[in-house]
Design a protein around this ligand. Structure first.
Ligand code: NAD
Length: 352
């Protein structure tokens, strides 16, 4: 039974990971999260009352608070997901990405190093720091080939550059100080509780409300899609059984153009929520994102062979589950987008 310090546990992937750990293992979780616009404790109501779960409202850039959390909770492992994660926001305002993704990761590494240095015996030997990152650090692929763990880093956006920096810091803390680390780089996640600024939830909600479905450029950019619960299982496996100092790529073997993704959502909605006209009539092409990477695709062979992990969802089954979840959970969506959640947050979590 481990105590795991999860950073960013109120975010999209972090909350899926916390629900996975509390729901399927006997481990406990300390969720350290600043609760930015992307952090939402309503995604954790199913675990909030579990005695194995607790929440710390802390910024990873706040060194003294992060050190306090380590001392107070004495974790056996760290799973670091806290980040600014939206590429478009990184283009209009990169500062927060540099601060959280680079300075924040540095701050967390230093706190972990100091804490780990003071541990003894098996608690020290078994400790690990798992850094969660993205395949976007590898840059863009042509029509052929896949990213592997050996692919050279070529980040193209402020977001991916900040994540690449954090990956390098984690690697350096392992090689220089011996901190027991493992890193994962994954493809685009989708699934329930995804903040509706990202493509799939945005398109579902706009389509349901009869609003335009924006697609960058010609819609021919290709992404590999990974169902978030498959990712959470993979992360837990790597944290427990991944080899120290190693990187594991996690992907869903689901390459789709953005246009295919949007058309698939429209087809599911045509069946579940027939409107007067096909939902695909709402598709609207908008000016392309600057520096938009053409194609990402992951070879997930290493984690599959070494750790016996495989995605359980195909894109078709995962997408249908996702659309059904958004249709059934309009309360969560309203809470996130209406500002009601922000008011609740202000009342419950005022600045220290
Ligand atoms: P998200 O934006 O949904 O959640 C990020 C969480 O981090 C939020 O709860 C937010 O409040 C918290 N946070 C932000 N700044 C913080 C700070 N300074 N201190 C403490 N907490 C802070 O992100 P996500 O989609 O869940 O992604 C999680 C991780 O996975 C990120 O590191 C991201 O780079 C990586 N990743 C995501 C995807 C994806 O498709 N979503 C793909 C590859 C990698």
């Amino acid at each position: 039974m481990k105590k795991i310090l999860v950073t960013g546990g109120a975010g999209f992937i972090g909350s899926a990971l916390v629900r996975h750990i509390i729901g399927n293992t006997s481990d406990s979780v300390v969720n350290l999260d600043k609760l930015t616009y992307a952090g939402n404790l309503q995604s954790l109501v199913s675990v909030a009352d579990d005695p194995r779960y607790c929440f710390e409202h802390v910024d990873i850039c706040d060194a003294s608070e992060v050190a306090r959390v380590f001392e107070q909770h004495q974790p056996d492992a760290v799973m670091h997901l806290a980040a600014e994660s939206h590429v478009d926001r990184s283009i209009s305002g990169p500062a927060a990405f540099i601060q959280t993704n680079i300075v924040g990761t540095y701050t967390l590494l230093e706190a972990a190093r100091s804490y780990w240095g003071g541990l003894e015996g098996s608690k020290k030997a078994d400790f690990r720091f798992h850094h969660i990152s993205t395949d976007e650090v590898y840059g863009s692929l042509g029509e052929e080939g896949f990213f592997t763990e050996e692919t050279a880093y070529e980040p193209n956006s402020p977001y991916s550059a900040s994540k690449a920096s954090s990956d390098h810091l984690v690697r350096a803390w392992h090689h220089t100080y011996g901190l027991p680390v493992v890193t994962t780089n994954c493809s685009n996640n989708y699934g329930p509780y995804h903040f509706p600024e990202k493509l799939i939830p945005l398109v579902i909600l706009n389509a349901v409300n009869g609003k335009p479905l924006p697609i960058y450029g010609k819609g021919d950019n290709i992404r590999d899609w990974l169902y978030v619960e498959d990712h959470a299982r993979a992360l837990y496996l790597v944290m427990n059984r991944g080899r120290l100092g190693e990187t594991y790529n996690i992907g869903g073997w689901n390459e789709k153009t953005n246009l295919e993704v949007v058309q698939s959502i429209c087809a599911i909605l045509d069946e579940l929520r027939p409107a007067g006209a096909p939902h695909a009539n709402l598709i609207t092409y908008v000016k392309d994102r600057p520096g938009h990477d053409h194609r990402y695709a992951i070879n997930a062979g290493k984690i599959e062979h070494e750790l016996d992990w495989k995605p359980l969802e195909t894109f078709e089954t995962g997408l249908r589950k996702t659309v059904e979840w958004y249709l059934a959970n309009s309360g969560w969506v309203q809470g996130v987008i209406s500002g009601e959640y922000q008011n609740w947050l202000q009342q419950n979590y005022t600045e220290r």
